[in-house]
Ligand binder design. Sequence first.
Ligand SMILES: NC(=O)c1ccc[n+]([C@@H]2O[C@H](COP(=O)([O-])OP(=O)(O)OC[C@H]3O[C@@H](n4cnc5c(N)ncnc54)[C@H](O)[C@@H]3O)[C@@H](O)[C@H]2O)c1
Length: 270
Amino acid sequence: MYNLLKGKRGIIFGALDENSIAWKTAERAYEEGAKFVLTNAPIAMRMGQINKLAEKTGAEIIPADATSIEDLENLVKKSIEILGGKLDFVLHSIGMSVNVRKKIHYTESNYDFTTKGWDVSAVSFHKVMSVLYKQDAMNEWGSIVALTYMAAQRVFPDYNDMADNKAYLESIARSFGYFFGTDKKVRVNTISQSPTPTTAGKGVKGFDGFIAYADKMSPLGNATAQDCADYTISLFSDLTRKVTLQNLFHDGGFSNMGVSQSVMEYFEKE
Ligand SMILES: NC(=O)c1ccc[n+]([C@@H]2O[C@H](COP(=O)([O-])OP(=O)(O)OC[C@H]3O[C@@H](n4cnc5c(N)ncnc54)[C@H](O)[C@@H]3O)[C@@H](O)[C@H]2O)c1
C-alpha cells in the first residue's frame, strides 16, 4: 500500500454487500490510511452486511436516504464531528430504477417509477453536493466521485431508464463541478465502469450476455469492482488534483472499440 489517503476523511455511500463497488472502495481507502463514515439507505442496512465492513475498517455508520435533504444534512454534520474535521473525499455509489426492478419495458415506462429512479440515481448526487457545498464541508483540493455507465452515451436496450439517469448524473457532475471548482477548489468526476456483477448490476435484464460481450470487446477485459476501487482511490489522492468535470471511462478500453477479433470470430462462417 502507498499511504495515498493518509490523514484524509470522507463519506462512502452505497456499500450493500461485499460485491458492491463502494464496499471494495471502502476496504482500499482504509488500506491507504483514510478515515471515513459509511452510509446507505436505512432499508438497505437491514438487508445488508454493512456492520461487518464498519468493523473491519473502523468506520461509523450513519443511515441516510440519499433523496432526503434532512438525512443528508444530518449525515454531513455528524460525519465532520465524528471524523474531527472537514472532508477530503465523497463517493456516490448509488443506483436504482423501479422500472428495471419491476421489469417494465422502456417503451412502457411508469412515470412515477421513472421519477423515483431519477431522484435516487441522479438527483441525489445534486442533493449530496448541495448539502456539502452549503455546509462548506469539503477541504480545498477535495474530490467527489460518482459512478456511471456508458449507456449514458450509447444504446444498451436493457439498461432501460437507467441510461437516462446516468446521462443526467454525468451532467450534474459537470454543472456542480464548475461551482465546486471555482468556489471551493474541489474536483468532481464520474467514473464510467465496466459491467460488474453486483446486486444493482445483476438486476439489469440480459446482464450475463452483456458482461461477457464487454469482456470479449475490451482489449484489457472488463474492469472488476476491485479495479474500480483502485481507480477511485487514485482520484481521491493528491495525485489527480487538476482532474475535474470529467467522465472517466474505466472499462478495459471498451468505449473506444469498434469490434475485436474474438467478437468477429464468433460471427464468421466456417
Ligand atoms: N454493476 C455494474 O454493472 C455497474 C456498472 C457501471 C456503474 N455502476 C454504478 O455503480 C454504482 C454502485 O452500484 P453497484 O454495482 O456497486 O451495486 P450495489 O447494488 O452494490 O450498490 C447500489 C447501492 O445503492 C444504494 N441505494 C439505493 N437507493 C438508495 C437511497 N435512496 N439512498 C442511499 N443509497 C441507496 C443501495 O442500497 C446499494 O448500496 C451505481 O451508481 C451503479 O449504477 C454499476
